[in-house]
Design a protein around this ligand. Structure first.
Ligand code: ADP
Ligand code: MG
Length: 366
């Protein structure tokens, strides 16, 4: 296992990039620590596969360095880097049996027959491939083939890291859940560094201890599922994580705070100083639907809203409220009763976030 460091990394597929939009990876630094179970989460086209392929050596980055345990590996081939990579679609040998497929990476690595037998049995048991071990891969279902593909990535425990690029795309939903649990189990059992690419937040949070959220070619936040939920570092994280995502409202600087429509949201002097120092007009406030307080009676720090829609989701409700010209989504308990069409909302200071140029600005802890 290795610690993988990406230093001032950038990549453009164009030979003559002219601006940031020509880059699939925009300049970034990142460290994947040894033994971690990580997810790389982001929408299609944000650069996830490019990053994995740069780590494994399939793609040479245009700028920056890749370090394994502090040593530069830019010039090393995928084999020399000793990375196992599992792709979206199965990569297996159809004419070989399942056993031979699983044994292949071990054979190549020069393992003894005994070692191979033991490891193949172990991985086949976890992936429930035992009943088909002696069958040719050719006749198997898409699910089984992808399990073999994953197994081929998992048989070697001496690799620097295992990279999964949306490996469960072709898998049936029921089995998907099961395999995700298994991967987690394998991680715990074998103490491997794993990076798991997905565009599904649920998949990311069930697998990973820590999630890197990627957007527009950079990692905009690297944190635990809880950190991403409670303190999104970028508006995209707020929007992408959570269901529904964070309420984000464009605001402008005004006396004592920020404003939208005819509402004033007071902010601390410290935050206002940040805004003034940055001098940007791109200001937003954000609050998650779970953290908005809904009350019947107005108070000094509440705002009057009209109820537009109530969606009952069984154990909770999502209420759409109109505040000024904005629509605010609020999540309340299933037994929350609304008295009429007008409610008042409060934004607990701790959960009201300020974004300047899409990035979170926080007060310094005392
Ligand atoms: P993701 O895996 O997050 O969907 P990719 O890393 O595949 O994203 O792609 C990132 C960006 O790079 C996209 O704009 C994509 O069109 C572009 N891209 C990916 N592969 C190539 C390639 N081989 N040649 C040119 N452009 C590419
Ligand atoms: Mg991809």
């Amino acid at each position: 296992m290795a610690e993988i460091t990406l230093k001032s990394l950038a990549h453009s597929y164009s030979p003559n990039p002219t601006g940031p939009e020509d880059y699939a990876i925009r300049e970034m630094d990142h460290v994947w620590h040894k033994g971690g179970a990580y997810a790389l989460l982001g929408p299609s086209g944000c650069g996830k596969s490019t990053m994995l392929n740069i780590i494994s050596g399939l793609v040479r980055p245009s700028d920056g360095d890749i370090l394994f345990d502090g040593k530069r590996v830019n010039e090393l081939s995928p084999t020399e880097r000793n990375i196992a990579q599992v792709f979206q679609f199965p990569v297996i040998y159809d004419s070989m049996t399942v056993y031979e497929n699983l044994a292949f990476p071990l054979k190549n690595a020069g393992k003894s027959k005994e070692q191979i037998k033991k490891k193949v049995a172990e991985v086949a048991a976890i992936l429930e491939l035992e009943p088909v071990l002696s069958k040719k891969a050719k006749g198997l279902t898409a699910d089984e083939k992808q399990k073999i593909s994953m197994g081929r990535g998992l048989v070697r425990d001496d690799v620097s890291a295992i990279l999964f690029d949306e490996p469960l795309t072709v898998i049936d939903p029921q089995l998907k859940w099961k395999l995700r649990r298994k991967l987690k189990q394998i991680h715990e059992q074998f103490d491997l560094t794993m990076v798991y690419v997905t565009h599904d937040q649920l998949e990311a949070s069930t697998f990973a201890d820590k999630i890197a959220v990627m957007y527009g070619g950079v990692i905009v936040q690297f944190g635990t599922p809880r950190e991403l939920f409670e303190s999104p570092n970028h508006t995209f994280v707020g929007y992408f994580i959570g269901s529904p995502g964070m309420n984000l409202v464009e605001v402008s600087r005004c006396d004592g705070g920020v404003c939208f429509d005819d509402m004033v949201v007071p902010l601390s002097d410290e935050l206002l100083k940040h805004i003034d120092n940055k001098g940007s007009k791109n200001l937003k406030i954000g609050i998650r639907p779970e953290f908005v307080n809904v009350v019947d009676q107005p108070a000094d720090d509440t705002y009057e809203c009209q109820v537009r829609d109530v969606e009952d989701l069984g154990t909770y409700k999502i209420i759409a409220l109109k505040l000024g010209n904005q629509i605010l989504k609020v999540r309340v308990d299933e037994d929350h009763q609304l008295n009429g069409d007008v409610v008042h909302v409060g934004f607990p200071r701790q959960w009201l976030k300020l974004y300047v140029d899409e990035f979170l600005i926080e007060e310094q802890a005392e």
